[in-house]
Design a protein around this ligand. Sequence first.
Ligand SMILES: [Cu+2]
Length: 427
Amino acid sequence: MRRLATVETMVCGIEMQLQSTNQGFRSIGSLLITLSVLLILFCSRPLHAQEMPEEICARPHIGSVVEEPADVRSTHGVLEITLTAFNAAQSDGSTRYCFIDAQGRESPNLRVNPGDLVIIHLKNAITEPNQGDPEASHVHSRMTGNACTSGTMSISSTNLHFHGLTIPPVCHQDDVLKTSVQPGDPPFEYRFRIPENEAPGLYWYHPHIHGFSKQQVLGGASGALIVEGIERVKREVAGLPERVFIIRDQDLINPNASPSKSEPAVPKFMIDRDGDAANNGTGFGKPAKDLSINYVPVPFPDYPPAIVQMKPGERQLWRVLNASAITYLNLEVLFQRFPQPLGIVAMDGVPIGYGVDTQAAGESLNWQTHLGIPPGARVEFIVQGPPAGETGLLVNAHGGHGAGRRERHQQDAREDYSNTECSGTTL
Ligand SMILES: [Cu+2]
């Protein structure tokens, strides 16, 4: 079992009481001011872009409160946005990738309605990686100058795939075989219409440069796309606060940490060239990848959890995207170590029972205590917050429940994997 996040009840309401109390009791004012400031810091959303405006692909600190991606909504039937692909080499040798809009928002949620027109101006600001890197010179074909027919697949190329949307694989829509935007190219325009009959739910966007998708997705190049209207299909979610959680994997932040005996040992046949596709471990006391939730890293070996805040006992709709390159998730929400019921509303952007029986679909939730989510997949579910004063845990439960269950889950996951929309790659 690996922790991802603690689920904590919010204390924001106390902030106002302390401030008003502070005005009335000047003799202990300094203490109360300190308390107020601490609570305001605890309750307010961290503003990473404003804290570090100069940092490209800025990421929250380990142990941060999980911040939702910014929402960009369509207006009058049109969602128009400029996204720029950036990369940023890190001192540990890893490279971050991200999409940033004109307002500086990283990997925003794109919220659309069926029938909407989507216009994305994609710019490529990726800088060349180290010269001499054999992967950097791994180019499948020469640049042509026309992004539609380029076919250039290199580590500094970019394009967009709209994972799950039923739009045509043609240039300016969802083609990823030829479409490739190079650094210095003029902005490339994506222009397509969300089908009127697109199921409401969670989809996502990421670059799909063949041979390099994995590095870019591991680096964080991904974001959510939400087709609105799920509450009209599933009335149980109407009025619920919703959260968007994007779980990504990345190379180990502490690759030199000592192997841990609590990490599961994986049979050799399970270990592939990525280390281990199920991310149960390399077989040597370390996981293959670290995970992050909305970019808050939760690294091996201590897994210091990110913090998810909820009101006590509050029911919320969690829209969880596994934007990992290789990692299969088996999520559980634990209160006092007990897995809590999670009411599945939709999988892979399609509400349960959608299109089968409208009446039955409108009233059906699928209650489970753990959720197997292969790379690229999405699960949307209702979760209830812990009681006041209690803290829950969001965990990736691989390895915590005995080998039998683990192997069964891996089989399930591997079967699911063959059904993901991006065939032929690890995504
Ligand atoms: Cu995909």
